[in-house]
Design a protein around this ligand. Structure first.
Ligand code: SF4
Length: 367
């Protein structure tokens, strides 16, 4: 996918606190270096997020002026929106900060976009920005990308020189390169991302896994278990996993599947026909399958399953009792407890679970 580049007005500051990512235990600060990602994942929630929505008219006017027509991110996935002189702006922002800035904190690179969007990497902007963060702050930098370039020798060497500062993850929710070509426009294929992760691990660079979003077809044919094997659970620090949650872009995601496929029909039933229990069943099943594998292999303490508990039915809620490896993501009460009675109860009383095995299914079930 060749990007159509549009320059839009810069943000006031580039490094910001990120409470949403703190809740996910990923990072407490974030750094994005562009306004609209150079990749075009159909499930991406950034295009309908606050920043692009609020600036929609202003950015459409920039696109019209620079491209000759008012293109918006939702019309055209190849649109990439950049801020002018981003490395220079970051240098100015960090100029008067003490070297201790960010000590004991983690900075996400990036949160709403991919800082390894191809043209930024090619122009050396990504590298210049990361060098600045290394030199002028004390943050630990959590790199999250879908660009397998991070597994190439020059990047592996760069991260290896700063192992104490970097942790790198490649977000992947599928094993299927053909699926990815239709769903994740312009990204590296999943197989290249798994290879890049393995290259980083061979060089003993700290890594993490981001299985997101894991769509329902990954529950077929042990696909989810095969994908988990490819991230080498023994080597990563943590494993985040998340079901598909977005309600706004479901038609776009659905259109990437063949019309007669079970995945296509699943979207019609869950979102078109508003069959909420079907979503709950999928999210619960996904959690059970990952937790079961984690327990068999002994890495359950690494699991961070991101769950919007308001979408889970009461009947399914019991499968989350103990909240093992679960991070609740729905808006909570001011005391930090879930607004949903059963989940609030699980938070306060993580009672010992009764577990039993179903060998035919390879599952450990908790009740
Ligand atoms: S790489 Fe990430 S930020 Fe970029 S389009 Fe895909 S999901 Fe969105």
């Amino acid at each position: 996918m060749k990007n159509k580049l549009v320059v839009v007005p810069r943000m006031k500051s580039l490094i910001k606190e990120a409470p949403g990512f703190a809740k996910k235990e990923l990072a407490n600060y974030k750094l994005d270096i562009l306004a609209k990602c150079g990749f075009g994942c159909r499930y991406c929630s950034s295009n309908t997020g606050n920043y692009l929505r609020i600036n929609r008219k202003k950015f459409a006017a920039c696109a019209e002026e620079q491209l000759g027509k008012p293109v918006t991110p939702t019309d055209n996935p190849s649109l990439m929106m950049v801020w002018p002189e981003v490395a220079k702006q970051l240098a100015e922002e960090l100029e008067n900060k003490p070297q201790s800035y960010g000590e004991g904190e983690t900075l996400m690179f990036s949160m709403l976009t991919d800082g390894f969007s191809p043209s930024l990497v090619e122009e050396g902007i990504t590298r210049a920005v990361l060098e600045l963060v290394l030199k002028k702050t004390s943050f630990r930098i959590r790199v999250l990308t879908k660009n397998a370039v991070v597994g190439n020798p020059e990047w592996v060497e760069f991260f290896a020189e700063h192992k104490d500062r970097f942790i790198v993850g490649l977000s992947t929710g599928s094993l299927d390169d053909d699926w990815s070509r239709k769903m994740e426009l312009g990204t590296s294929s999943p197989s290249k991302r798994f290879q890049a992760l393995s290259n980083l691990q061979r060089a003993r660079i700290p890594t993490f896994a981001m299985l997101c979003p894991v769509l329902p077809d990954m529950l077929d044919n042990e696909s989810i278990e095969k994908m988990v094997d490819l991230i080498n659970p023994a080597l990563v620090e943590h494993i985040w996993a998340e079901p598909y949650n977005d309600r706004l872009n479901w038609k776009l995601v659905q259109s990437s599947y063949p019309k007669n496929s079970s995945a296509y029909k699943w979207f019609t039933r869950v979102y078109g026909e508003k069959n909420a229990p079907l979503w709950s069943m999928y999210a619960t099943h996904l959690y059970q399958r990952i937790l079961s594998k984690a327990k068999q292999e002994g890495w359950q303490s690494k699991l961070r399953f991101l769950l919007y508990e308001d979408k889970v039915t009461i009947a399914d809620s019991y499968q989350f009792r103990g909240l093992e490896g679960v991070l609740l993501q729905s808006k909570s009460n001011t005391d930090g407890l879930s607004k949903y009675a059963l989940f609030s109860e699980f938070q306060q009383n993580p009672s010992p679970l009764v577990e039993f095995e179903i060998p035919e299914l390879g599952l450990t079930v908790s009740v």
